[in-house]
Design a binder for this molecule. Structure first.
Ligand code: IPE
Ligand code: IPE
Ligand code: MG
Length: 278
């Protein structure tokens, strides 16, 4: 948090916004559906790919701001398993931009102690893209600051299917297949975000009120924040506004808000109901 304040011009609009954030109540894990590049380009009479190109800068600023705030994990939806339905030329531009981003940003990621991970079926990517991605992931794997998950060829349903299959394979190898049952912790341990905090905040740009197969398991109790701003216009100010909106939410997780929960003398009946305690 202090790292962000030190970086901002005292008295500037972003500095004022950052000052009003409660450093003790920042989300630990933020997911972003970076949407609206095509519409941004259309509104300027530009080809759709110009929108994707303009979408690189907000990636940079969002990553930098999250790292300076001390956020633990940031998951960016870059390419869905459904995005292969788009014209080949657009898809190829997206891979070119990914490589451009990795090349341009790698030093910055390393210097800022950011650990890059790729989630999704990355084995389906072209070998050259895959190689550069693997190299960037390897170059940052010892970093222990912000974990930046890039969701590439990612689908939430695919991820859950892959997690169940991985758990089955593990049980088979251990000779424990006969008694094998899945439960929530088994699935969680095999998700691509295993070991990372629960998703606290999901941001979607461009005003669409849908999840589009992103982090289906992880969003169970995430706060949703949808802004009409198109992704190329999602600057630091918009990100800080999303964090402020998040801090105004009353997160109850199915229980009662603190003020309504009495003096704390009553025990929650979670254990009797047999529900998993969170
Ligand atoms: C998001 O912008 C980027 C990707 C899905 C890769 P879009 O390309 O979906 O932009 P719109 O939704 O058509 O405006
Ligand atoms: C979601 O956006 C995927 C990414 C941002 C990578 P889409 O533009 O693909 O989603 P829909 O088609 O509007 O649901
Ligand atoms: Mg879209």
């Amino acid at each position: 948090m202090q790292a962000l304040l030190d970086h901002l011009q005292p008295g500037s609009a972003d500095w004022v916004l950052a000052q009003s954030l409660d450093a003790g109540r920042l989300p630990r894990h933020i997911g972003v559906i970076m949407d609206g590049n095509g519409r941004w380009a259309n509104s300027r009479h530009l080809p759709r790919v110009a929108g994707h190109r303009a979408g690189v800068e907000p990636v940079r600023s969002t990553v930098e701001t999250a790292a300076r705030l001390g956020i633990r994990s940031l998951t960016l939806y870059a390419f869905s398993v459904e995005n292969w339905k788009r014209p080949r030329a657009e898809v190829e531009t997206l891979w070119r931009l990914l490589r451009h981003y990795l090349r341009r940003e790698l030093d910055h990621l390393v210097d800022n102690n950011i650990q890059l991970r790729a989630i999704g079926r990355v084995e389906a990517l072209a070998p050259q893209v895959r190689r550069e991605l693997d190299q960037a992931v390897a170059a940052t794997e010892r970093n222990d600051g912000l974990v930046l998950n890039l969701a590439i060829n990612y689908g939430g349903r695919t991820e859950i299917v892959d997690a169940v299959n991985a758990a089955l394979d593990e049980a088979r190898r251990a000779g424990e297949l006969d008694d094998f049952r899945v439960d929530e912790s088994v699935i969680e341990r095999h998700l691509s975000t295993a070991g990372q905090p629960e998703l606290d905040l999901l941001i979607r740009t461009s005003g669409e009120m849908r999840i589009s197969n992103f982090l289906l398991w992880q969003i169970a109790y995430a706060e949703l924040y949808v802004t009409g701003t198109l992704w190329p216009d999602f600057h630091r100010t918009e990100f800080l506004e999303a964090l402020l909106a998040y801090q105004k939410r009353d997160r109850r997780f199915g229980g009662l808000r603190n003020a309504a929960a009495g003096n704390g003398a009553e025990e929650p009946c979670m254990v009797e109901a047999g529900l998993p305690a969170r």
